[in-house]
Each structure stands twice: as C-alpha cells, then as structure tokens.
Design a protein around this ligand. Structure first.
Ligand code: BGC
Length: 785
C-alpha cells in the first residue's frame, strides 16, 4: 500500500504547477493551502500508511510505519516542493515506543519505560507527573519524533477494561489534572502530545464496532470532563478520536464531538487525528473536522479526491483541515530542523522513573510490618512475577526498554539476601513453562504472531511444596509474595483475571500459615495494571503494597518502599469493590470469556458469529449507570467497598486542623493544615469533595473538585495546603436547557484523606450561575435487551 501511496504522491507532484520559491513558514499557511493541489491535500490528510502484508492485519493495528523513525506508529506525507516535511507520530503513554534496534546499525534505540498511567495518577502529584512528562518528551525529541500518542485518559468505567493501566482514574478531575500535567511536561520539549481516545473508549472488546450509548449529562460530566480540563489547562497539540461509535456515530465522524464541543465549547486550537484505522467514512471524517486520518489508507485518499470532484465534499472543509495540519507541522521539531541526537540521557531518566514510581505505590494494608525492620535481612520471595517483574502493559502502551529490574534484583540492590532455594524453584518452573510455550508456538506460527500482539497469559502461579515453605520459614526473616497481572489493547480482562486463582489463594494461605506460626511476617506486593479482588484475602498477610506496573526500574522502586527509604504516598485513583458485580457498569460490560468465548479472537473475525449471540455486549454498551461511575455509585448506594477511592496508608500518620474556606468572587479557597504526627517522614494527599445543597437535580453525594499533596513532612512538621475550586466547577449539566447550572445555596466542602475518610467539613454560600453550551451530542435511547 505504501508503494501505491508513494506513486500517487509522485503523480500529484508532477501534476502540480511549478512550485516556485513558495515554502511553508509560520506566516504563510493560507498561501500554502492555496498553492496545494487537491491531491496534495488528500495526501496530507491521510498518513503514509503501513505495510499491511500480514494477513492477520496486526502491524496494521499497532503501527510499524515510517522510515524516519523505525517503529513509530505513523507519519504524515512530506510535500517537498512546498517545504512541508513529514512529521512523525509515535506511541505512547509509558514512554516513547520505537524499535530498539535497526537493521545494519549497531546502535540501540531503547527508550525508558516509565510507570503506567494508573501509577502516575496514584501519585496525585501534578509536579511529579510533569517531571515524568518532561523526561518522556525529551526522548521523543532526541529520537526524532514530533508527536507522542499519549496520554491515554479514558475513564475507568469498569475494572475489566484491558487498557485501564494506560488511563488514570474513574474520576474526571483526577484524570484531567493528571493528563494536563503530563501534557505540559512532554510539550515543554517543543514536541506534541495526542490526548486519547476521545471519547468513551470504555472497553476493548469489539472496540472498533461497539456503540457506547451514553446520556448527554454523563458525557459532559464524566466522559468528556477530563478531556475538557486537559484541553483548557495544557493546550495539547493534538487529540486522537476513539474507535467506538458514540450514540450511533463514530467519534471520528462526529461533528458534534469535534467541532461543536472540542473546538466550539472548549476552544481547542490544535489538530485532531483518528485512532489507527478508526472510523469508516473518510468524507464524513473530514467534514466532522477530524483533520488527519491515520495511519492512512489508499481508499481514504481516493475518497477525499473523488468526494471533492463529485461535490460530495466541500473543498472548504478540506482546506480547513489541511490548514490545521500545517499549523501542527510548523510547530514540530522536524520543521524547525532540530538535530536530534538519538542519545537521550537514559541514565538520568532511569532515576526519574525509579523515584516517581515510589510515589505512586499505594500501601493498602500494614500491621506494623512495613517498612521492613532494620534486622530483617533474609527474604523468602514467592510468586512468579517476583522473578519476572512486569514493567507495564502490552500493545501500544508498551515500551521497548533495555531492561526491567525484577523484585529479586531490586531487593538485592538495597542489601537484602534473597533465599536461593525458593528462587531456584521459581526460576526452574518459569523455564519449564517457557520451554513448553516455545514448543507450542513452534507448532502454530500464526498463533505465535497473534500472541506477540495480544496481552500474554501469565503462567499459572507456582506453589512450593509444604516442606519447601517450611524450610524457607526456618532460614528467612520475612516472606514476600508478588501477585501479577498483565493486560493490554485488543482484549478486556475477565472475571477470573479479576479474582485470585486458586493457586494464588493457596500460595497466600500456605506461606502466611507457615510464617505466622513461626512469628514471622508476610508481605504481598501487587504487580498489576488494574483492580483485582482483595476483600477475601487482604487480612491474611501482614502488609499489602500496591506497586502497580512501575516501569523498568520497578524492582528498585518497590525495594525503596519496602526498605523504608521512601514512605509510600500514593492513593487509589479508583474504587476497589468487594466484588465485580458491585460496580453498576458490570452488568453492561462484556465478559465474553466468562461465557466460554475468547473475545480476543475477534481480530481474526473467527468468533464474530458466536458473539452475535451476546449481541448486547458485542454491538453496543448501554452506559445505563449514567454519572454513577466509581465512587459516585458506591456512595449513592452506601455500599461497602474493599478500598475506597482516594485511599492509601503511609509509614507515618497525619493530623488535619484549621480547615477553612474563603470565597472571593468566583474562587473558593479551601485550606487545611496537615501535621506529620508519626515517626517517619512522609507526604500526604488531601482531597476536597463538594457536596451540593438539596436540589431539583439528582446529584452525587459528593464529587472530587480539588486535591493537593504536601511536601515531604518530617515528624512534627506541618504544612498548610490551599486548594482552589472555581464556582463554575460546581455546576451540573442540565440536558433540558443544554447548560451547566450551579444552583444557589450552601455548598459543603469535605476535606478528606480518602473519599470515605473525611477529616473536616467547611461550607460556603455560592450564587447561581448558568452557562449555555453548543447544542450537541444528543443521546440515543438505551437499547432494550
Ligand atoms: C491504539 C492507539 C495507538 C495507535 C498507534 C492503536 O491501536 O488504540 O492508542 O496510539 O494504535 O499505535
């Protein structure tokens, strides 16, 4: 296809009139648009395409395109006669994703694998996220890419979404603020970002064919709000539309979404691109204001050219989009002739990821066990992922890194001795599993290729024999068990993946039983990318640390926390339910494998027919819970949870005092003094929730409106935090009037250490305020089953 596209480019160039001296610059974009032929415009709108020889269409789905930066997901066409360079677009959220090696080249092009999105949001620390963004953006710049296809910022509607690890939270404010910090950091390098996937990409199952049916209020308040915050607070260069239909229209074909809301209501000035091969109708996409169609197909090129020629497509729409692409190009390092080094400071970035990861780890349980006591030296390390630590998820959210520090290495690096007998057993088991898998793959090369893109299935957990555990008790001071999960694009997780396996349960029981009988402690480390079941087992061990997937320095970061070098200060960016069914969304979420269907096989089209039997989970998804996503739902139902939104322990304790509120004009300042009352140094995350007065509208019990984190407080030290809420942020969206309405009355501001640990409440009067927006995004009725 690429060859065909190139020959079309050549024809376009030949057909064009003599170029003269006209070359693109920041001030002559209109003139350039004028000078471009229709064919050149169509080329610029459609990316350079990909080599799509493989029948499973896999490289087509996660890109391997451009020659400029091998392994980048895509690029635009260069039009040399007008001085228009190609710009390179490359994944992704946890760091730049390019090929680490190149044919005939001895150099390596590894990038740093930073922590996953859910860990970054767990820091609740916008400065830190900005620092991480800065380091990622530097790799984008120094490896010659122009736009990073990140951050991913879809709402964690349900724990089973296979890409939740790339995303931030169930709450739009935490999502939007984290994304904005990330974008500011990346873009401070003079490269672009693409906030994605706009919008309501709530699931991976049939992601290019499913219709998200969502009410307008839920759209505005939950699913779009984070994007709105990111656009207004960080000015991302680009936005990537999503794969799914939204209320019956592909998001990339939705003028309502792109022109009326994103650009009209929010003032977005950048460029919009499709997700890779997203949408169906190129003409509709151009009309909708989806400027770039990536990675570009030959049919899209011809549809645009023919569309204009036949009068179906207005050239004014084409020109408008081309202008916005050129505006992107003139900002790019490639246009500015930046001489990239291909040598970013990977050592410095390894330090950034090691340190930042510790701050997003969440201490879930601790019976005085962590940090490990000074005299703890010998560790019995259980769990397969202790030895094969997971840096991050798969697919375009993965990063081609040079190494991953496992927990065994991390513990050794800070001076612990890891039991060799236990280690030997796990390593042997992992080798056997690997050998068996290689044998299987040899028999079935197609399955092997598919497996390379799909999230891998982790081996069944290994449980050492009773006698071996007893031996480990005798010769060690403490046991650490790692439980792992991995997921990625193309597939959602399953109920079985949410729950612990029977082997995982027996590992926890057997190790805890044996170590406790000898008066020794057990720590569980969760090396996971999404929420799992914890209620049934969390009290068995003595401490539980949620380490997330902490990037390539993961083992070192966990060791820094376990040893007490750093006090954990992460808090949960989503609710951890007692069981999956407790989420309102679960009844409308695809759980194909639970019914014996491997929905991931949809890529080959193999099970589409069977899946039709589960039509409602395949073709559409009623977002019936409306705004009641995450804690908004659990609060409304007054339902017990395993861990509430915003929860996380520390090695020290904090006292809140002097809560106050001051309203000045439209600004409401909520302040509180936090004192470290414990014995260790630590940081505290403070959350401000608003609770609206009784109203005509159905309103959540409370909603996060602001948050802040203290500096690292020494024992006895205090800090006063002031968090600002704009009166307009208190508005609810009223569908009937198509406006944001702040109702007059007394608003309570709940100052919490979590959504269910409110330390102080202050209140203030707020005046009514009404803001009309563009009439757009009329919702579709939910489909009756
Ligand atoms: C993913 C995007 C990614 C793109 C390019 C798609 O499969 O959904 O997030 O940016 O591929 O690799």
């Amino acid at each position: 296809m690429k060859k065909q596209m190139m020959s079309l480019a050549a024809i376009a160039l030949l057909a064009s009139c003599a170029s003269g001296d006209l070359k693109l610059n920041e001030n002559n974009i209109d003139e350039i648009v004028e000078a471009m032929t229709l064919e050149e415009k169509a080329l610029l709108i459609t990316g350079v395409g990909m080599d799509r020889q493989d029948t499973l269409n896999l490289t087509a789905t996660i890109g391997e395109s451009a020659d400029l930066v091998p392994g980048a997901a895509g690029s635009t066409h260069a039009i040399p006669r007008l001085g228009i360079p190609a710009v390179v677009l490359s994944d992704g959220p946890a760091g730049l994703r390019i090929n680490p090696t190149r044919e005939g080249d001895e150099n390596t092009y590894y990038c740093t694998h930073f922590p996953i999105g859910s860990l970054l949001s767990s820091t609740w620390n916008q400065e830190l996220v900005e620092e991480v963004g800065k380091a990622i953006g530097n790799e984008v710049l120094e490896y010659g890419a122009d736009v990073l296809l990140a951050p991913g910022m879809n709402i964690h509607r349900n724990p089973l979404n296979g890409r939740n690890f790339e995303y931030y939270s169930e709450d739009p404010v935490l999502t939007g603020k984290t994304a904005a910090a990330y974008v500011r950091g990346v873009q401070s390098n003079g490269v672009g970002t693409s906030i994605k996937h706009f919008a309501v990409n709530s699931q991976e199952t049939n992601r290019t064919g499913t219709n998200a049916i969502v009410g307008t209020r839920a759209l505005r308040e939950i699913y779009l709000k984070g994007f709105e915050i990111a656009v207004k607070e960080s000015d991302p260069w680009t936005v990537m539309t999503s794969y799914n239909y939204l209320n019956g229209t592909y998001t990339s074909e939705s003028k309502d979404l792109i022109e009326d809301v994103l650009r009209g209501d929010w003032g977005f000035k950048g460029t919009v691109m499709t997700d890779w091969f997203g949408g169906k109708d190129a003409v509709a996409q151009v009309v909708a204001g989806n400027d770039m169609l990536q990675p570009g197909r030959i049919t899209q090129y011809t549809d645009i050219v023919e569309g204009v020629k036949s009068g179906k497509l207005d050239i004014a729409d084409v020109n408008r989009n081309v202008k916005r692409i050129l505006q992107l190009i003139v900002r790019s390092p490639r246009f500015k002739g930046y001489k990239y080094s291909n040598k970013p400071d990977l050592e410095a970035h390894a330090k950034v990821t090691r340190q930042s990861a510790t701050e997003g780890m969440v201490l879930l349980e601790n019976k005085g066990t962590l940090p490990l006591a000074e005299n703890t030296k010998k560790v019995a390390l259980f769990g397969i992922t202790s030895y094969d630590f997971i840096a991050g998820g798969t697919g375009s959210g993965n990063v081609n890194r040079a190494y991953t520090v496992s927990l065994v290495e991390g513990l050794k690096n800070v001076g612990y001795t890891v039991d060799d007998a236990v280690k030997g057993q796990y390593e042997k088991y992992l080798e056997e599993v690997k050998a068996a898998k290689a044998k299987e793959e040899e028999k079935d090369p197609a399955a092997k290729r598919l497996a390379a893109f799909m999230p891998p299935v982790l081996p069944t957990e290994f449980v050492p024999a009773k006698a071996d555990i007893a031996a480990a008790v005798a010769s060690n001071d403490v046991a650490i068990i790692t439980l792992g999960r991995i997921s990625g694009e193309f597939a959602d997780r399953t109920t079985a993946n949410f729950n612990l396996s029977k082997e995982e349960k027996s590992l926890i029981d057997a190790v805890s039983g044996a170590f406790h009988a000898a008066g020794k402690k057990v720590v569980v480390v969760l090396n996971i990318g999404g929420v799992i079941e914890t209620a049934s087992w969390k009290n068995t061990p003595d401490a539980v640390l949620l380490a997330w997937q902490a990037g390539q320095e993961g083992g070192n970061s966990v060791a820094d926390v376990l040893s007490g070098k750093v006090s954990p200060s992460g808090k949960l960016p989503q609710t951890w339910p007692i069981k999956l069914e407790d989420h309102a969304s679960t009844k409308n979420f695809p759980r194909g494998e639970d019914w014996g269907l491997d929905l991931s096989a949809f890529m080959g089209g193999a099970i589409e027919t069977e899946a039709k039997a589960l039509k409602e989970f395949w073709d559409y998804s009623n977002h019936e819970e409306g705004i009641y996503v995450g804690y908004r739902w659990f609060d409304k139902q007054n339902m017990n949870v395993s861990y509430p939104f915003g929860y996380g322990l520390s090695y020290t304790t904090f006292e809140y005092s002097d809560a106050a509120v001051k309203a000045e004009g439209d600004k409401i300042s909520v302040s509180v003094t936090v004192k470290n009352t414990g014995k260790a140094e630590g940081k505290e995350v403070v959350q401000v929730y608003a609770s609206a007065p009784a109203s005509q509208l159905d309103k959540p019990v409370k909603e996060l409106k602001a948050f802040a984190k203290t500096k690292s407080l020494k024992p006895g030290e205090s800090e006063t935090l002031t968090m600002v809420v704009n009166a307009a942020d208190l508005a609810s969206f009223v569908e009937e009037s198509n406006s944001w309405e702040v109702e007059a009355g007394t608003y309570k501001f709940l100052i919490g250490a979590s959504s269910r640990d409110i330390k102080a409440t202050v209140e203030t009067e707020v005046a009514a305020k009404s803001t009309k927006v563009n009439q757009a995004l009329k919702a579709q009725e939910f489909i009756k089953k």
